[in-house]
Write a protein that binds this ligand. Structure first.
Ligand SMILES: *[C@@H]1O[C@H](CO)[C@@H](O)[C@H](O)[C@H]1NC(C)=O
Length: 555
């Protein structure tokens, strides 16, 4: 009792001494006015002389250069002052990931465009008019892929789209290799029923389906994740500060002015408590935010691995041409089996049939693939580089929300030790520093926080992040979760496993072709076709000849 009384007296005396020295300055408020003016506030709001025992709401009610009206204005000022660094950081984060999103999206779309163009050029040269007459099939194929990239399984059922594509291709090729026969629609339906069992294109359709699905699911989900980040940051950063936060901020930032101590910065721990109180809800976003970023980083692996979008899309022309070659090679057996299963079709005119029988298949068999000739994207980027860049940014964004208070209370805005404003005086800040997040704010000495009322906007964003994390994780294992009804998870696993070696890459370029065909001399695709008398131009010439022979029959 005695000691506390003594302490009380001592501290009262100390306070008196402090206020006395301050009071000297407060005699006139010129210094305060000048400081306010330099901060862009209206100096005329500051009274000429210090007011004693002013009925202030926030700042110490002793001798003061502030009035209640000024306190009101300072509150608004404080509000925007604590918002500024937060919104600056948020804006930076938003623009970083908006930019990344645009890069990736543009890159994937360009790869799709390039693959389409590359196939067109290759097939024009290989199959010429025969391709031109059937170009709609391939155009539709790429249109569907682009739609699948943009809108996912909701817009395109990849499996059935691919099945339709091969069916359609089989039908058209079947007619071409059997020009001497006439086929009804019903007959063709029978043919397509046999596709599964005949495997006319070899293993290409199956492999391509698995690769496309994995690559597209990874790419589009990753891009969605990148698009989500600025949205979340934007929504969270618009959450406005609570009145008690604004009051605490004003006390921290402007009460030193009111008491005449214009150059006094807040104590660092004091600032931390104020900002942790103010950003309690935002900090609760951190756990889910970090989970989301981890899932993004994991999925980024899929953009680098053997089934990445670039390595699946780039050689797609070669893969489809492999499939066509398989069909050409198997055309006899395929036709035979179809005739067995669906009956022998009617022949057309005898004359035509005779001529066609000699050369029933169209030839376009060469491998016009040369890595140097691959078109590059406008940005000249590769997926590897984009991915390693974005990974850095993603790692850097971790703990963004929970470290905001530290970032805001950085050195230049605060002062350590006891040469700082502790809320009531220029003295050491004695209170303990409390933790981040809403629950910890029960004991916040500076900001009153109702821990039973989490912010709705932020709660919503937490669940948005949680949902996206689920999609990202599913995409990592090759599943498009938005349409997981009858997907062949097993098919994806089957090929995904054990394919980490570089040999898998090779396998992707030459998926099904028997060894002999792989060794065919590669043709350099020069735009003018003036590559000299290479095996390729021989093949081209032969192909042209075959076409010339066939052309009259293909109507
Ligand atoms: C601020 O300093 C004064 C004077 O030393 C002291 O009485 C008060 O407890 C301090 N406040 C905090 C929160 O540390």
């Amino acid at each position: 009792m005695k000691t506390s009384l003594a302490l009380c007296v001592v501290s009262a005396l100390a306070a008196l001494a402090a206020s006395l020295t301050a009071e000297q300055k407060l005699r006139n408020c010129n210094e305060v006015r000048a400081a306010f003016t330099s901060k862009g506030l209206n100096g005329n709001d500051v009274p000429n002389k210090g007011v004693h025992g002013a009925p202030l709401k926030v700042c110490p009610q002793s001798f003061s250069c502030c009035t209640v009206e000024l306190e009101e204005k300072l509150s608004q000022q404080s509000h925007s002052e604590i918002k500024a660094p937060v919104s600056k950081l948020s804006t930076g984060l938003q623009s970083t990931f908006k930019q990344r999103h645009n890069h990736f999206d543009k890159f994937f779309r360009e790869l799709l465009e390039n693959a389409k163009r590359s196939l067109h050029n290759m097939f024009m040269r290989t199959y010429g008019a025969m391709y031109e007459r059937n170009a709609d099939l391939f155009r539709k194929f790429f249109e569907s892929l682009t739609r699948y990239y943009a809108s996912g399984a909701a817009a395109v059922n990849l499996e059935s789209m691919l099945a339709d594509f091969w069916d359609d291709l089989l039908e058209r090729m079947f007619r071409l290799v059997n020009v001497q026969y006439e086929f009804s629609d019903a007959y063709m339906e029978c043919v397509s029923r046999h596709t599964e069992q005949l495997q006319p294109f070899g293993d290409v359709p199956r492999k391509l389906r698995i690769q496309l699905k994995r690559a597209f699911v990874a790419a589009r989900t990753f891009v969605r994740g990148l698009a989500l980040m600025p949205e979340v940051v934007n929504k969270v950063s618009t959450v406005s500060a609570s009145p008690s936060c604004v009051r605490a901020a004003m006390k921290m930032l402007y009460c030193p002015y009111c008491s005449g101590q214009v150059a006094l910065k807040p104590c660092q721990n004091y600032c931390l408590n104020v900002m942790r109180g103010c950003l309690a809800n935002q900090a609760d976003l951190d756990a889910e935010w970090n989970n989301f970023l981890d899932a993004m980083l994991n999925l980024a692996e899929r953009l680098e691995g053997p089934f990445n979008f670039e390595s699946v899309m780039e050689p797609i022309d070669v893969k489809i041409s492999d499939a066509i070659m398989n069909m050409q090679e198997n055309s006899m057996q395929v036709s035979q089996k179809v005739f067995q299963g669906c009956g022998t079709p009617k022949t057309i005119a005898a004359l035509r049939a005779q001529r066609s029988v000699k050369d029933p298949s169209f030839t376009g068999r060469f491998r016009p693939y040369s890595p140097e000739a691959r078109p590059t994207t406008a940005a000249g980027t590769s997926l590897d580089r984009l991915t390693s860049e974005v990974k850095k940014k993603l790692k850097h964004a971790k703990k963004f929300w929970s470290t905001l208070p530290e970032t805001v209370c950085a050195d230049e805005r605060t002062a350590p030790g006891d040469e700082c404003w502790n809320g009531t005086a220029k003295s050491r800040y004695e209170s303990v520093v409390i933790g981040n997040g809403l629950a910890n704010q029960v004991s916040n000495p500076d900001v009153e926080v109702d821990i039973t009322k989490p912010d709705i906007v932020i709660r919503r964003q937490i669940s948005v992040l949680r949902d996206m994390t689920k999609l990202l994780k599913a995409a990592h294992s090759g599943t498009d979760i938005s349409f997981e009804t009858d997907e062949d998870g097993s098919g994806g696993e089957e090929s995904g496993s054990g394919c980490d070696s570089p040999s898998c890459d090779t396998d992707m370029y030459f998926p099904t072709t028997p060894s002999v065909k792989v060794k065919v001399v590669p043709v350099h695709r020069s735009p003018g076709g003036a590559a000299g008398a290479s095996a390729g131009s021989m093949a081209l010439a032969l192909c042209g000849l075959a076409l010339a022979l066939l052309a009259p029959h293909l109507r």
